[in-house]
Write a protein that binds this ligand. Structure first.
Ligand SMILES: [Zn+2]
Length: 513
């Protein structure tokens, strides 16, 4: 029935007839949700208020907006202010600053985010690599006492300015040059402000058990909650190791270490091609890398190193590495190293492919997709109840490069492939891991649940229709099935159309003063 006059209404939006999954992991139930002034004001079977806008969610799931705990927005904030790839995958909040890479002046960053507004909420960690770079460049050595003090102060200020925690990327430069005590000391600073320690571990393959032990040591010594990022078993020779690594996490929790993990639901990873090169070659910046790789002796050593690692993977060629973006020659984008090597008229030999990798590195490097995980490990990790889902992605510029599909389809893929089609976990469980678990871990108060008084971040989707569309070959495709998305009480997606509304806010961490 239509209202006879347009006077003051009880609420802004009333969502009716939906199956409510509130984020706790409880079963769905039929009910209505009323939203006013950015908040959920009523929820339940008995809610019937007059509303400016009524959404009929018949046959659909009504859930809290998803919180993506592992993103890399830095530098791409203005690529698409609508953050369409996230919003159309059900994400209403991103946590950025992961893998040790972030802005340093967090207060300035969060204010800047609020100055132009995105369609998503943004919280950030402060990253060790950038802190270390600011104080000691890309030097391959321990920090002096004075440098430690400067890094402590930067982390301290970042936490007071609103960071939700401290992140490391110990596989990257210069994080890889830092030893465990340096990380413990900086993590203690974040712990003082109730932050989280999120880590891209030193190793995710051959030495993964050692890397997990290091993460747990940091949690134990610094008395800080640990989040192990993009948990995986990398490299064909390590397939099946999740039988060992997931129990390590379970044992640590029994010991009292507050550790949780996250993953993206794919068997390929994505990072820089530099990953293939020994860490010591990457010190001191691009000019130094170039000089080193042009030295015949060093080049021979690097080729030997790469071929040894390829053999460990039981592979004959570098076909598992697919370039995502190479700025000097975009015809490389979407092609494997094996293909690029042939394009260059070189022999179909792994040694020639290694030389092609060196050429790419000398020209400044490239980002790439690495096909190196097993489906069984992905599923085993997924079944661990304190694992979250995270895209490890940025705001995508539609059509640009050949990025990993996870930036478009992470949540839809979990809901379609692993919940609906393969029954790896239940729908309510998947939603819990996308909503209340991340909110609890990162202390995003009043989010992650459909509760009276909570922020009205809401997604309404069809569980039969929801589908990731983005693939490795055609990555630029938005997920399907998210019919309505509400951010901070404002309708942002209406019937699967992004309205161009940007109601996201910067979110501040527990140490903010
Ligand atoms: Zn990472």
């Amino acid at each position: 029935m239509f209202p006879l006059y347009t006077g003051a209404q009880d609420c802004d939006i009333l969502v009716t007839n939906g199956k409510i999954i509130d984020g706790t992991g409880n079963s769905w139930y039929y009910g209505n949700v009323a939203v006013k002034d950015g908040k959920i004001i009523k929820i339940g079977r008995d809610v019937n208020l007059s509303a400016t806008k009524t959404i009929d969610a018949k046959g659909m799931i009504v859930a809290p907006g998803f919180i993506d705990v592992h993103t890399h927005l830095e530098g791409d904030e203005k690529s698409d202010l609508n953050a369409t790839n996230f919003i159309l995958d059900g994400v209403t909040t991103c946590i950025t600053g992961n893998c040790g890479s972030s802005n340093i002046d967090i207060g300035k960053y969060l204010k800047w985010i609020d100055s132009f507004k995105l369609s998503i909420n943004v919280a950030t960690l402060v990253g060790h690599n950038d802190i270390r770079k600011a104080v000691m460049g890309r030097a391959n050595r321990d920090a002096t006492a004075d440098e430690m003090k400067q890094m402590d102060e930067l982390v301290d200020k970042a936490m007071r300015d609103g960071a939700v925690g401290f992140s490391t990327g110990l596989l990257y430069i210069p994080g890889a040059y830092a030893k465990t005590p340096e990380i413990i000391e900086l993590a203690k600073v974040a712990a003082k402000y109730n932050g989280v320690y999120a880590t891209h571990m030193r190793d995710e393959g051959d030495s993964i058990d050692e890397a997990i032990r290091e993460s747990l040591t940091i949690g134990r010594e610094a008395k800080i909650p640990v989040e192990i990022s993009h948990f995986k078993c990398s490299g064909q020779q390590n397939w099946g190791k999740s039988k060992l690594t997931v129990p390590m996490i379970e044992a640590a929790r029994r010991e009292g270490i507050e550790v949780t993990i996250d993953q993206y639901p794919y068997t390929a990873s994505s990072t820089s091609v530099s990953q293939l090169i020994p860490g010591e070659i990457l010190a001191d910046g691009q000019d130094s890398i170039k000089v080193r790789l042009q030295n015949q002796g060093i080049k021979k050593y690097v080729i030997g190193y790469m071929l040894k690692n390829l053999k460990k993977r039981k592979l004959k060629h570098f076909g598992y590495v697919v370039v995502a973006y190479y700025s000097p020659d975009t015809s490389y984008n979407g092609k494997s190293i094996e293909q690029i090597n042939l394009m260059k008229g070189r022999k179909h030999k792994r040694k020639a492919e290694a030389e092609t990798i060196i050429d790419i590195m000398i020209a400044g490097g490239a980002s790439a997709v690495f096909h190196g995980m097993s489906e069984n490990d992905v599923k085993r990790i997924m079944q661990y109840p304190f694992n979250m889902f995270a895209s490890d992605a940025s705001i995508r510029t539609f059509g640009f490069g050949m990025p990993h599909p996870r930036g478009y389809g992470t949540n839809a893929r979990v809901l379609a492939e692993y919940v609906r089609d393969q029954h790896v976990i239940s729908l309510e469980e998947a939603i819990r891991r996308m909503t209340s678990l991340p909110a609890q871990k990162f202390q995003l108060k009043n989010r992650g649940l459909l509760r009276e008084g909570y922020a009205a971040d809401i997604v309404i989707f069809d569980e039969k229709e929801v589908q990731d569309v983005s693939t490795y070959d055609k990555p630029h495709a938005y997920s399907k099935g998210f019919h309505f998305v509400i951010v901070n009480g404002v309708l942002t997606v209406d019937n699967e159309i992004h309205l161009g509304i940007r109601a996201g806010n910067a979110l501040y961490g527990p140490g903010h003063n």
